[in-house]
Design a protein around this ligand. Structure first.
Ligand code: H79
Length: 456
């Protein structure tokens, strides 16, 4: 990943032309539009569309999700007909946003158009949308944008860029992969497809609609940029910068033109790129799947959040509401529990910097193949000026031993019970902290290390 990072930073440098080759990393780091994103740490991803109605099931097969149209081989006319039944009477934008807020999430990213090409908002440039094409006739994105503004959550949109199974001009893949993610049922001739026609007809008008009709967009979260040209990615970027200069763009706008790096369904072994975000499902599907009960535990989700923050990243955690508009109960329970934990321990998450200790101390190492990480889940650390927070996953019976810190420690306590200082011993080799016999929090307890440089 280091190579990717270096390449990405160099390209940013070249593109912007403001930095010399000797100082490649400061460009990304000092960009003010990224400030809130770096502080935020935790966001809600929402996969919701016409496909949610099927709850993963089509003709007896139960492994479908947001790719339903393609994986169930549904012709466009049938999918369009099916879409009419979309009428989520239990959808309540305020409730969704309150759930995100109570979970301690700071931003919300919703599918404005997934690969099916069906806009989940009132799009003037394509009738294949939720207002014109369903019985619902409401604009859920408008309602969510308003609810977000009301509750102080940043409203962000996901947009499938290189795939669109409604548009006849979206070629995918090259060589052996030619057509691999295309709608070949309705548009079988890949050679006839001209990406720029789709780009002019649908992408540009829709991106403009989203940037002009929904208030401030926190992040334009593109997915699968596919065969877009560099000029087109650049044009899109310039449009966003012109219409909403503060809007952040993820790297999937293509051609290394985004503001930050995304990792999907994994936490990279080396999260040293700044800034970055890891998006992840709570079970094994992005959109609602009725039979998928493989939920990660609250503890695991919390550990993932902390692992990510200790590497300087953000956690974009997904929910897949039902076709009726309800957030599945297991998701709600987990979000509420994470929110309760953050109520007490948020100080060690929001606005924090990465661990000062490095991966060896934390028992992390790369797998033989290189990319994946073998982790031991004993503890992780985050930082703030004058502070180190140690998030203890596995409560040690004989106290906590950490690698030494260059700065002198002033005091140590458990977050939430700062009136009871813990004993500690700091030497040139290590730091030994005496802990209470049992963990104060059954999931993760946070040890606050106050350094002498901390403001009183
Ligand atoms: O929106 C989510 C995915 O639908 C989208 N990105 C996230 C955020 C995505 N598009 N492509 N991919 C992810 C990569 C390919 C995933 C696949 Fe599969 C897994 C292709 C085959 C296995 C799941 C099952 C999706 C299609 C069949």
């Amino acid at each position: 990943m280091r190579n990717t990072i270096v390449t990405l930073l160099c390209c940013t440098t070249l593109f912007c032309g403001q930095l010399s080759a000797q100082e490649p990393s400061t460009q990304a780091i000092s960009e003010p539009r990224m400030d809130w994103f770096r502080e935020a740490k935790f966001g809600m991803f929402i996969h919701w569309g016409v496909y949610s109605m099927a709850a993963g099931e089509w003709n007896g097969d139960t492994n479908h999700a947001e790719w339903l149209q393609l994986t169930a081989k549904i012709p466009l006319a049938q999918y369009t007909q099916y879409a009419k039944d979309f009428n989520p009477q239990r959808f309540d934008a305020d409730q969704w946003v309150e759930i995100a807020k109570d979970a301690g999430m700071q931003y919300l990213v919703i599918t404005s158009k997934h690969h099916d090409g069906f806009a989940m908002y009132d799009s003037a440039s394509s009738d294949h949308n939720v207002v014109d094409g369903t019985d619902f006739k409401r604009d859920p994105l408008k309602e969510l944008a308003d609810a977000c503004a009301k509750h102080g959550i940043r409203f962000c949109v996901y947009y499938s860029l290189g795939r669109d199974w409604e548009d006849p001009d979206t070629p995918t893949g090259r060589g052996e992969k030619k057509g691999f993610r295309s709608n070949l049922i309705d548009f079988p001739n890949e050679d006839e497809k001209v990406f720029s026609r789709y780009f002019e007809r649908k992408v540009k008008p829709q991106v403009r609609e989203l940037l002009t009709g929904y208030g401030p967009i926190g992040i334009f979260w593109f997915d699968t940029y596919g065969l877009i040209s560099k000029e087109e990615s650049l044009e899109l970027k310039q449009m966003i910068r012109t219409l909403q200069p503060k809007c952040i763009i993820n790297e999937r706008i293509g051609h290394k033109l985004g503001d930050y790096k995304v990792s999907e369904q994994e936490i990279p072994a080396d999260g040293s790129y700044d800034p970055w975000e890891s998006c992840m499902t709570m079970n094994d599907h992005w959109s609602y799947n009725r039979v998928d009960d493989n939920w990660k535990s609250t503890e695991k989700l919390l550990q993932n959040l902390i692992d990510i923050v200790s590497k300087g990243g953000n956690f974009l955690l997904n929910i897949g509401p039902t076709g009726e508009g309800e957030i599945p109960e297991p998701s709600q329970q987990r979000l509420a529990a994470i929110g309760q934990w953050l109520e007490i321990n948020g100080e060690a998450v929001y606005g924090c910097g990465p661990s000062p200790f490095g991966k060896k101390a934390e028992g992390r190492k790369k797998s033989k193949g290189g990319k994946k990480e073998v982790k031991t889940w004993k503890w992780r650390a985050t930082t703030k000026p004058g502070h180190v927070f140690v998030h203890v996953f596995k409560w040690p019976s004989d106290g906590l031993t950490l690698p030494t810190l260059s700065e002198k420690i002033a005091s140590v306590s458990i977050l939430g019970s700062d009136a009871d200082p813990l004993e500690f011993e700091q030497t040139a080799d290590d730091v030994k902290i005496t802990l209470p016999e049992s963990a104060p929090d059954e999931m993760v307890s946070v040890v606050r290390i106050k350094l002498e440089s901390a403001k009183p």
